[in-house]
Design a protein around this ligand. Structure first.
Ligand code: SF4
Length: 209
């Protein structure tokens, strides 16, 4: 597998926030979100044998692995890795950009899928595979990053169509007013979950945390 970096940290986003995880960040992404904070995963990377990655997980102290990117679903061995991690008795959080088919990953019991729905400010909304939303399980969630009013209206549209069937997480783009977004959520009576990127509040915009 082509890997950008492997590191130990706590999960900073979504319902598993605060849980220690071994982060495996794959290399390459098929999207180019305008506000991407991991552009260093677009090229370069180091090739790892699947067996070596499984050994790393086996010897790690964390109960969870975060398979992130880049776009981890682009890697041929990602499914085998998730399966192997589950066999080790550990959970896997799979973070995907939302443009590729998640169906093969829904069969893993001890896994959570964090699927982005790219908002208009990303410039990549048209690439979303919206059929994926039908596949999300009760433990999975879809995350929308909000930068401006157009993004918020897009979120509201997703909420009106999907809000009673899937878990929706609303996250401000870094630097955007948290208060503005929360006020809008309350004003529009939306049962979505507002969450921050905790790791950036701890370490700032640093790589490998
Ligand atoms: S999907 Fe993620 S890694 Fe890819 S461009 Fe968008 S934010 Fe960056």
């Amino acid at each position: 597998m082509l890997i950008t970096e492997i590191f130990h940290s706590i999960q900073g986003e979504g319902p598993l926030t605060g849980i220690p995880m071994l982060f495996i960040r794959t290399n390459r992404c098929n999207l180019r979100c305008r506000w991407c904070d991991t552009v260093y995963s677009f090229d370069g990377g180091k090739e790892y044998d699947l067996e070596d990655l499984i050994d790393l997980v086996k010897n790690s102290w964390e109960r969870w692995v975060c398979l992130t990117g880049g776009e981890p679903l682009l890697q041929r061995d990602s499914q085998d890795l998730v399966e192997a991690v589950n066999h080790l008795g550990k959970g896997v959080l799979i973070e995907t950009g939302g443009s590729l088919d998640i169906e093969p990953y829904t069969k893993f019991e001890h896994s959570v899928i964090d699927m982005d729905i790219k908002t208009p400010s990303s410039g990549e909304t048209s690439k979303m595979k919206m059929d994926n939303l039908k596949l999300l399980r009760k433990e999975d969630y879809a995350k929308l990053v909000i930068s401006n009013e157009e993004d918020f209206l897009f979120l509201e549209d997703i909420y009106r169509n999907w809000g009673d069937r899937i878990n929706l997480i609303v996250q401000p783009a870094w630097g955007i007013s948290n208060e503005w977004i929360v006020n809008r959520v309350i004003e529009r009576k939306m049962n979505v979950r507002f969450m921050l990127q905790e790791h950036k509040y701890i370490w700032g915009e640093k790589r490998g945390v």
